[in-house]
Each structure stands twice: as C-alpha cells, then as structure tokens.
Design a protein around this ligand. Structure first.
Ligand SMILES: NC(=O)c1ccc[n+]([C@@H]2O[C@H](COP(=O)([O-])OP(=O)(O)OC[C@H]3O[C@@H](n4cnc5c(N)ncnc54)[C@H](OP(=O)(O)O)[C@@H]3O)[C@@H](O)[C@H]2O)c1
Length: 283
C-alpha cells in the first residue's frame, strides 16, 4: 500500500496533497522551526493565514529547507479586515511579500462575514479571481462558507471555488456544507480534524484504534482521508507530526468508518464559531 501522500484533483485542473501541516496557533517566533520540522517529517503542504501572523515564519522555513518550490503546496487566507477589493489587493501583496513567494498555490477568503461589508463577499471573491488570472494564486477558494454562501457565489459569479475549508471532525461532520461543496465540485478541507485533540479520548475511537493497532489521532485522520477530504493537523511536536503523517499504510473497514461518522453531534459538536454569525475583525 502506498505510503506517500496522495494528491487530489481540484476543479481548475490543479492538484493538492491530501495531507498537510496547519500552523494556526503556532507562535510567529516558533513557526520557521516547527514548519522546518514538518518538512523533515515529510509534509510538503502548509496551511497558514494572514490572521495567524506567521506567514513570515513559513516563508523562512521554505527558504531554509532548500526544497524546490514546485514540490511545495502553500495556502494562505485573506484576513477579515480586508474584504474590500482595494484592501484585499494590498493584503494579498503583503501575503506574498511575507511568504517571500511570487505565487501561492491556494488563496482563500478566510470567513464569509455575512453580517459585515453589507454581506458582500461576492466582490471579495471577484478580487480573488483577479489574483488567479494574474497567476499569483494558482488556485482560489473559500473557507467557512455555508451552503447559502456557496449558492450565492454560483449565482453571481462564473468561477467556482476550488475548495471550501470548513470545520469537520467526528463530533461535527458538517454534512450540509460538505455535500453542498461536493455537489458543486468543490473539495472539502477539514479544519481542526481531530477537534484540537477533543475526540482523542472518545470510547469508539480509542476502541477502533486498539483494534487496528494505531493511535486515536491516526484513526481519526484516516477517517477523513477515506472520506476524500483534505486535512492538515497542527502539532508542535516532531513525534506527533510523524504520527499524523503515517496514515497511508492502513485502512479502516466500513463498520469502523460508520461508527466514527455516527459520533456526529450536529451543531452542538462545533468547536469553532458559526460562520453565519462570526464577525470578528482583528485590530
Ligand atoms: N479556516 C479556518 O477558519 C480554520 C480554523 C481552525 C483551523 N484551521 C486550520 O486547520 C489546522 C488544524 O486545525 P487546529 O490546529 O485547530 O486543530 P487540530 O489539528 O485538530 O488539533 C491540534 C491540537 O491537537 C494536538 N495534537 C496534534 N496531533 C496530536 C496527536 N497525534 N496526538 C495528540 N494530540 C495531538 C496539538 O497539540 P501539540 O501541538 O502539542 O501536538 C494541538 O493542540 C490549523 O492549524 C489551521 O491550518 C483553519
């Protein structure tokens, strides 16, 4: 069985490694070191954001690694204060400068903010379309978009997002947003894939882990992989980075997959904010 990371096809003809490394809550001063350790563990796909304040550290790690640019897949996201087209253009220039790159592989609208900017995420999306046309973002997508937000983009623009990055884990399978994306050819990226550790003591998951001889984190991440979603767990430990990378030499059977999916708690299972209400604009 393959032990390398599979790539998935995006609707714009590009591909994405199914497993990456996320740097949410990685302090800026630690980011170059931890991202470098992730590269050593084999990760080639990094998920950062303007909001995380650590794009410079990711850029430093890329330069320090000596890994050819074409072997890497780098994602960043537009911060919530920058949705208006002119500010989005400036913010994207800054993202590229901070990463030290001419091009990102994927750029996302981080949150739809339907209660801000007169609910206008459509002009923001059209600005990301410019970045793609300029060749400065190879692919573009959205994050935390609800089915109604995806439907509005489909009605008012010609470009379908390549991905929707949303909260998904066994306690919050987020099936409505996931299947709306699936029906429109939008790949789901599952954020907080182990619920920031919250599912690792679950009885069902620990029992399956014991049966297959893997850790609860590996079982949970493997469940995502078999569902066809993209994941990028975060860890500050090289041992856990290696653990989370070792997902491609075992399989869960249908019964195990179904038992994990059945852990869904609906809206009560969310760990993060509801995108319909979230309106945080950083200072
Ligand atoms: N678009 C969005 O709005 C959004 C929101 C949230 C997250 N994200 C993205 O998704 C990525 C992942 O989500 P996340 O960072 O929130 O949470 P996560 O990956 O589900 O969990 C990370 C937490 O789990 C621990 N952990 C990691 N591997 C472990 C293992 N094998 N065993 C035990 N504990 C383990 C980590 O601790 P240690 O560091 O101590 O290992 C950390 O506390 C983020 O980094 C970010 O790129 C996006």
């Amino acid at each position: 069985m393959a032990t390398s990371v599979p790539t998935l096809s995006l609707n714009d003809g590009n591909t994405i490694p199914q497993l990456g490394f996320g740097v949410f809550q990685v302090p800026p001063e630690d980011t170059a070191r931890l991202t470098g350790q992730a590269f050593e563990a084999g990760y080639r796909h990094i998920d950062t954001a303007e909001m995380y304040g650590n794009e410079k550290g990711v850029g430093q790690a890329i330069r320090d690694s000596g890994i050819p640019r074409d072997d890497l897949f780098i994602t960043s996201k537009l911060n919530n204060g920058f949705h208006e087209p002119d500010t989005a253009r400036k913010a994207f220039d800054q993202t590229l400068a901070d990463l030290g790159l001419d091009q990102v592989d994927l750029f996302l609208i981080h949150w739809p903010l339907p209660t801000k900017y007169d609910g206008d995420f459509v002009s923001t999306w059209k600005t990301l379309v410019e970045f793609k046309q300029q060749g400065r973002a190879r692919s573009i997508g959205v994050s935390n978009f609800q089915p109604a937000h995806l439907a509005r983009l489909a009605e008012e623009t010609d470009v379908v997002p390549a991905v929707n990055q949303i909260e998904v884990h066994p306690y919050f399978t987020n099936e409505a947003a996931r299947s709306a994306g699936h029906d429109a050819g939008i790949l789901t990226e599952a954020w907080s894939p182990i619920a920031q550790g919250g599912v690792l003591d679950d009885e069902v998951i620990t029992k399956i882990a014991a049966e297959v001889g893997r850790t609860p984190a590996q079982v949970t991440l493997r469940w995502h992989v078999q569902r066809g979603d993209v994941v990028f767990p975060k860890s500050s430990s090289p041992e856990r980075m290696a653990e989370n990378f070792a997902l491609f030499d075992f399989e869960l059977d249908d019964a195990a997959m179904q038992q994990i999916t059945a852990l869904d708690r609906g809206e009560d299972g969310r760990t993060g904010p509801n995108p319909d209400e979230f309106d945080f604009i950083p200072d």
